[in-house]
Design a protein around this ligand. Structure first.
Ligand code: FE2
Length: 260
């Protein structure tokens, strides 16, 4: 089966890009199951309506990250909707779900897990490595293949996670840094891996933000609230070709432009 992971949707531009490209991409690559990282749909965080738009565009599951709770109206939605995941290794009292088991093609049970890294991140989450172990143990016998969106900053932490989960997950991909890395591979025990799948939003931008605003921040000038950059966009992600036994056969990077 083919699994498509789509990188961080940035602003309305990212949502428009997803709407314009996702269904065609799914057809072209014969995608069976799609996971979209949506934590930047409102710049920081997302609203329930924006989550619904991602499902309408063709997402099966939406994953999140460090900005999960910036728009507080998402809280009841996270509790009600099993198809949207916040990082599993946040504090145990955190609203929402950190993983879920979903129906895939030909009755395959697909476990999707969202984890957040701890290197240079704002919060003090639980250890993501031990959290992954715990969830897999808890879900033993209840799933056929497992997928992980590791929302993290450090390439070292993401690479280590890719090897730590090797042979236990069909695919592990990084999100959060918004710049697609060129290191897609199948790890020695059969896990498809890429350090960061990149973002979905404006191409002439600094991680989605207007370059002028980012430059002003780095110069030390007074800055306004960051705006999503105008102009051409791209959808970034990766397609993992996965066997029913959870072994990944290939990883293909996706970078599809969209003139907005
Ligand atoms: Fe993030």
């Amino acid at each position: 089966m083919k699994i498509l992971a789509v990188g961080d949707i940035v602003g309305e531009a990212g949502l428009d890009t997803l709407h314009a490209l996702l269904r065609r991409l799914k057809r072209t690559h014969e995608v069976d199951f799609t996971v979209v990282n949506g934590e930047n749909a409102a710049g920081r965080g997302l609203t329930p309506q924006q989550a619904e738009e991602m499902f309408d565009a063709g997402a099966d599951v939406v994953t999140l990250g460090n900005h999960t709770f910036q728009k507080r109206q998402i809280v009841p939605y996270l509790e009600e909707t099993p198809y949207i995941l916040r990082p599993a290794n946040l504090a145990p009292q955190t609203p929402g779900h950190g993983f879920g088991i979903f129906d895939g093609p030909q009755g395959a049970r697909i476990l999707v897990m969202n984890l957040i890294g701890r290197c240079d991140m704002q919060y003090g989450p639980d250890n993501p490595f031990l959290c992954a172990d715990r969830i897999l143990k808890e879900a033993q016998g209840k799933y056929d293949i497992a997928l992980c969106d590791f929302h993290a900053n450090a390439t070292s932490e993401k690479l280590a996670m890719g090897y730590y989960l090797d042979g236990r997950f069909a695919a592990v991909w990084g999100t959060h840094t918004h710049v697609q890395t060129a290191d897609e591979r199948v790890n020695p025990k059969g896990t498809g891996y890429i350090t960061d799948i990149g973002m979905t939003g404006p191409t002439v931008s600094v991680l989605g933000v207007c370059p002028e605003q980012s430059i002003a921040m780095f110069r030390g000038d007074l800055t306004e609230y960051f705006k999503t950059a105008p102009g051409e966009c791209a959808l970034s992600g990766a397609v993992f070709e996965v066997e029913r036994n959870g072994i990944c056969r290939s990883v293909t990077r996706i970078f599809e432009r969209f003139a907005r």
